[in-house]
Structure formats: C-alpha cells, structure tokens
Design a protein around this ligand. Structure first.
Ligand code: NAP
Length: 562
C-alpha cells in the first residue's frame, strides 16, 4: 500500500459517514451555505470536486478571467469583519485576486475543516425507509444525510464542440473552464481560440498581447461594451467600506442585483439627441450600465433595441480599422443585450493587430481538429495551442451530471425531461429535504447577492424544521405548478427569450439542448424575493411539512401534528 493510499484509508476511517446536512459544492454558494448551517448547529459536510474553494473562480483560471460586476458589489455582505479586512485592488478584480478572497473567507470562517476536497458526487438517492439521502462519490465513498443542498453552479460543466480529432491534436489544448493550475505557456506561440462569449473575449484580449499569432474562430459574434476597469486606491477603498451598507441595500432594489438601475423612461420618451447623449454616457461608464442601467424598454421594444444595437454597431465600426472585419464582429442575428453582454478591454482593437486573424466559422466551418491544428472548409491551420472557449452546459447541466433520485425511484432527469420545474428555484416536488442554491427558475444576475438570498431562505426553512421537529419538507405539487406559471408569465415579452443562449437553455454541443426552453426566471430580483418571503410569512403553506414515520410513508396523524 502506498503512503498516499494509507493516508486516504486513515482519513476514511476517521471520517463520519452520517451528517445532518451535506452540501454539494464549495463555491460561493456552498461556502456560505456551510457557514449558515453550522450556525444552526447542524453537523454539515461540503463535498467539493476541486482541490480548493471558489467554484467558478477556482476552475476558470484562463488568462484575463475577471469580474464583470463591480468587485465591491460582488463580495459577501454578511460578515463585517471580512468587509473591514478585505481590500479590492481593482473595480473589476481578476481571477487570482478573487480566488485569494475566497480563500480568505474560507480561512476566516474556518470552513475548510468541513469541506472534503477531491470529492466528486456521482449520485444522491432519497431513502424512503429512513427519510435520509445517500450521497455517493465517484470513488464509491458513501455518506448519509438528512438535508441535501446542491450548490453546483449555473455554469460549471464545460462543453466541448463535437469536432472530430480533438484528441489527435499534438499541441496543448484546453477548455477555458478547466484551465490547468500550472497555466499554459502561449507566449510567442501560434494560438487558436474557438468561441467568442464572455470567456473567449476575456481570453482573446489577453492572449493577443504576447502570442506570436492568434486566430479567433467565431461562430456568432456578441455585443461587447467597454468594462472601463481601474485600480482602487487605499482612500477609495476606505470610502467604499463606509458605503457598504448602502451599496448592498441598493443592490437589493435593482432588477438583477447589480449596482445599475434601469431608467424608468422609455427610450422613445426622449429626443434622438437626448437618447444618443445618454447612450454615449453609458458607453463611457464602467460595467454593465449600458445593459442594466439603460432605458427600461431596450429589453422589450424592438425599435428601441434596434436603435441601441445600431449605436453599439457604430462604436465597433469606429474601433475596428478593417470595415470587413468590423462587420464580421457585429451581431446580425440578435439585438444588443439579448444575450449576456461580455465586458471588454480593448477587445475590438485586438483585431487591428497584425498577429490576429478572425475566422467566421459559419462561412468556413471547422471540419476537424488535426494533429497539427485545425482544418476548415477552406484552409489548414497550424497551431501550438488550441483554446476552447465554447461555454457551459448551463443551468441544468450540473444537475444532469449527478444521478439524483427522489421518491419512488424517480430521477431528476425524468422529473425534468420536459424542462425544469421547481418551487422558487430552490426545491423540487418529490425530492424531500433537498434544496438548491441557485437552481433553475431562481433569480440570476449579480450572483452573490442572489446566492446570499437563497442560502438565507433555505437556512430559515431548515431552521424552522429543526425548531418545530419537522423531519420532512417538500413543495406541494400545486405550488410547483404555480411557480412554473409565474416563471412562464415573467418570460413573456423579453427579447432575450427569443434568442438562443445558455439563458434560454440552448447549447448546440449538448444533445437535447438544441431548442429553446424555459430554464431561467426572467422577472426582477425584488419580485422574486418578495415571493420567497411570502412563503415564510404565510406560514409555509406551499410546503408539505411532515413528521417521519419509520418504515413507511408519513401518517395522517403525524401530518396533522406538525
Ligand atoms: P458562451 O457565452 O456560451 O460562449 C461560448 C462560445 O463558444 C460562443 O461564442 C459559441 O458560439 C462558441 N461555440 C460553441 N460551440 C462552438 C462550435 N462548435 N464552434 C464554434 N464556436 C462554438 O460561454 P462563455 O463565454 O464561457 O460564457 C458563459 C457565461 O459565463 C457568460 O454568459 C457569463 O454569464 C459567464 N461569464 C462571466 C464572466 C465574467 O466576466 N464574470 C466571464 C466569463 C463567463 P455561438 O454563440 O454561436 O453559440
């Protein structure tokens, strides 16, 4: 037996296998959920596939990865000490700094002792006879728990294109979402990037600085706007610190929890001159202002959206010297802001560099990856490095990677075969005592703001159950239906829901995700939170709360007693 396996065996022997709560994932969601459940006095374990905390910020180490929300609006708001101690160095911090932040939080709250790293969950089965969940790792290790909380992320399963020959390539290749810890040396090399979503755009603008050549394979361009990042001085950070309460309070009032607020006016309420002046101002403003702080009807009114798209298209034309390349970079199949807007720093100017070439794969499709590079219908390219910035199996992807089995042996995949159905994005019918942080049909936007809300809500429900001796909770079928209707109602009229993207459940690289579906909640965060709050203030009428009768289902007496 090797030293390592002895050590592993000893760890296993010392390890508990029964917990009050198990959390899957130790990203921003899992870390905070662990903290809150420990606060409730529950013996809690978090299972994390990686070797460190941070989730998205642990895996996405590609060059140029950084926030697109203001750093100071993104960090956790719940801990005064951390807010006092931590200083952000930039308005939109880079991945290494964000990972340091996640580690500081984990260390400060002593979270790591309850996180089992290198632990990828393969299945989670509800055991009707004991009202427990059995969680099994890919290496066969099993745990049993009363509560199961998923904190597995919306964009955590990287997807590769279905090209032939990916493994034949003799050079270095990698997906942006699985960037190796030791990094990839691309300086002075011939590099290809496939994909121009937010990840690809951040990587391209960085790699173009030192690569010998960079060839960008673009399928559909996205509308990108300037990030306008800047360092934060000590004085500015001190000022931000004093304003934290108002910043977080403000984020609670906006549609997607960003610091930007939509203008209540219609774009058509103002003159053309005023409209353009406003858009010029927003284009020069840091962050998502032009997307989240614009006239409210840019998201719903086709004519307004067309005008704004034309405004941004002209900016691209101004910035890219070759008119043909500029036109290639302007989206023609969707309007501005109908897909998540990548934030850029001199992205368009990259295409003025001699070492950068743009290939439109819809015109000259990639036929295969070869041992030395990429073959399109037109040309054979040679590369040293190929980077796949081809996105994620969004929203339901991480759930499909784990075999979840609820009551009566019904799997989550079966339950969601026609699209996800949840209660407030956090619970699923017939999956008792299972909670999801940031599940499908919950509020998106500035993630940590929604994460904190979800974790607090789940912790309040669990706290109530513990206090009242309730052993089993599941949403009532009619509550799930009502929530689904509400989500469907909120999706109406939004131009974004008429466009293919991960937000509408489309990923051409994943079988069964070729068509749009209702996978996200598109209403506002305040409305979402109000609905969740009403569940608690209304006495949890939407949930079935039961006492568990060992050996079988819950008795009617027990139901009444709760
Ligand atoms: P993405 O937006 O889904 O982009 C994937 C890109 O790969 C698209 O350009 C897509 O083209 C292309 N692609 C996929 N398969 C292809 C194929 N077979 N051939 C050629 N091109 C192909 O993924 P992402 O860039 O990783 O971003 C996902 C989300 O993560 C973002 O929307 C954002 O919410 C989040 N994110 C945030 C940040 C941040 O700044 N905080 C950074 C990165 C990501 P099509 O458009 O034609 O499908």
């Amino acid at each position: 037996m090797s030293y390592e396996s002895k050590d592993k065996a000893a760890r296993r022997a010392a390890e508990h296998t029964e917990y009050d709560a198990i959390i899957i994932g130790a990203g921003m969601s899992g870390m905070y959920q662990l903290y809150r459940l420990r606060e409730l006095g529950l013996n809690t374990l978090a299972l994390e596939a990686g070797t460190g905390v941070g989730g998205t910020w642990y895996w996405n180490k590609y060059p140029g990865a950084r926030f697109d929300s203001e750093s100071w609006s993104y960090g956790y708001s719940f801990n005064e000490e951390i807010l006092k101690e931590w200083s952000w160095s930039e308005h939109f911090a880079g991945q290494p700094e964000i990972q340091r932040y996640c580690n500081l939080v984990a260390d400060k709250l002593d979270l790591k002792k309850d996180i089992r790293f290198n632990s990828r969950v393969a299945s989670a089965r509800y055991l009707e006879e004991s009202n427990r969940w059995r969680v099994t790792l890919t290496d066969g290790t099993e745990f049993v728990t009363r509560y199961l909380i998923t904190a597995i992320g919306l964009l955590s399963i990287p997807t590769m294109p279905r090209f032939e020959g990916v493994n034949d390539f003799k050079g270095v290749w990698c997906h942006t979402g699985l960037w190796p810890k030791e990094g990839i040396d691309y300086d002075g090399k011939r590099v290809a990037v496939i994909g121009t979503g937010a990840s690809g755009i951040q990587a391209i603008q960085e790699i173009a600085k030192t690569a010998k050549s960079l060839t960008v394979f673009q399928r559909r361009p996205n509308w990108c706007t300037p990030l306008h990042n800047a360092p934060i001085s000590t004085e500015e950070m001190e000022d931000i610190r004093t304003r934290y309460p108002e910043i977080f309070k403000h984020c609670q009032t906006t549609a997607a929890c960003f610091i930007h607020t939509h203008d209540p006016r219609s774009a058509l309420d103002v003159s053309q001159e005023e409209r353009i002046a406003f858009w010029e101002k927003l284009y020069a403003t840091p962050g998502f202002g032009i997307w989240q702080g614009n006239f409210h009807d840019i998201h719903t009114n086709r004519e307004v959206n067309r005008q704004l798209s034309e405004f941004v298209a002209d900016k691209i034309r101004e910035r890219v010297k070759a008119p043909k390349v500029a036109e290639m970079l302007i989206p023609k199949d969707h309007g501005f802001g109908t897909r998540r807007v990548p934030q850029e720093t001199k992205y368009y100017e990259v295409f003025n560099q001699d070492n950068v070439e743009l290939i439109a794969v819809l015109e000259t499709p990639i036929e295969r990856i070869t041992p030395t590079g990429i073959r399109t219908s037109e040309r054979e390219f040679e590369f040293d490095v190929i980077i796949y910035a081809t996105g994620f199996d969004g929203i339901t992807g991480a759930f499909n990677q784990i075999e979840f089995e609820g009551r009566n042996g019904r799997t989550l995949r079966e339950e969601w075969q026609h699209g996800p159905t949840t209660f407030v994005g956090m619970m699923v019918k017939d999956f008792p005592n299972m909670f999801m942080v940031m599940g499908p049909h919950g509020a998106l936007g500035n993630q940590p703001r929604s994460i904190e809300h979800n974790v607090d809500w789940i912790s309040r429900v669990i706290g109530h159950m513990e206090q009242q001796g309730i052993e089993l909770a599941a949403p009532k079928p009619e509550a799930v239906e009502e929530w689904h209707d509400f989500v469907a109602e909120k999706a109406k009229g939004l131009l974004a829901n008429e466009v293919d993207s991960w937000m509408t459940g489309v990923n051409m690289n994943v079988q069964g995700k070729e068509k749009r579906g209702l996978v996200r909640y598109s209403g506002t965060a305040p409305e979402y939170r109000a609905r969740c709050e009403a569940v608690i203030s209304g006495g949890y009428e939407e949930l079935d709360f039961d006492r568990f009768v060992p050996g079988n289902a819950v008795s009617a007496d027990a139901k009444q007693a709760v």
